[in-house]
Design a protein around this ligand. Sequence first.
Ligand code: SPV
Ligand code: MG
Length: 271
Amino acid sequence: MEAHDGISAKLVQEAGFRGVWASGLTTSAALGLRDSNEASWTQVLDVLEYMADATTLPILVDGDTGHGNFNNVRRFVRKLCERGIAGVCIEDKLFPKTNSFIGEAQPLADVDEFCGRIKAGKDSQTDDDFVLVARVEALISGQGMEEALRRAEAYHRAGADAILIHSKKSDAAEIFEFTERWANRAPVVIVPTMYYATPTDLFRQAGISTIIWANHLMRSSIAAMRETAARIHEDQSLVRVEGSVATVKDIFRIVGNAELEEAERRYLPAR
Ligand code: SPV
Ligand code: MG
């Protein structure tokens, strides 16, 4: 489940999910930026540090293209491992990236060059359990199934732990064709943002390892914030919103004020 800052990471955990997707789109949006590598990789790292501190869940980071070539990927992976991040997903595009749902026929990285990024990332992990997911953009960019399979195979051979196959179709037919032909040579990850109506059980039956619900906490918070701001502006009063917003007490609970009170009793001189 997507998160983009400390509190959304906590809410992902509270809801019962088993992992966090640190989305590039939504961490950028939370900073008021576009999903075009406008936030530098160290600014992203700062956000990830808050997220990692906020949750005990594993975090899979959207690493975009890896922020450059193989050398940028290996430095990024080392820093992610230092911060206790569980894994990174890199996509076979060029820096600066553009969100997959913008435009048509975005240029893809050269396969061999991207395999170098994968190898460099895997060679740089300092945590044995760190995972590198290779994201195939061939279907999105209109290069077809054969190219998607060719790339998945190459990335798998280069050492990727899993393949993210991305699609912007409104049904999952090409995802199922991919999973059938791929035959689980490596675990498959999907992002059903556009083909959201497909029942999750069908993905389970197709042997898909992981589903990323990639942006829904950001999108729901935009809807809620927009409505609250408009109401208060219109009414010049809080009366109509008080019942529909989280309480201040809820904020204290989520960020763990109880622990601080307990620590104060332990560490501050008795009054
Ligand atoms: C993200 O959440 O930033 C992703 C998924 O990369 S998508 O927006 O579908 O490209
Ligand atoms: Mg992204």
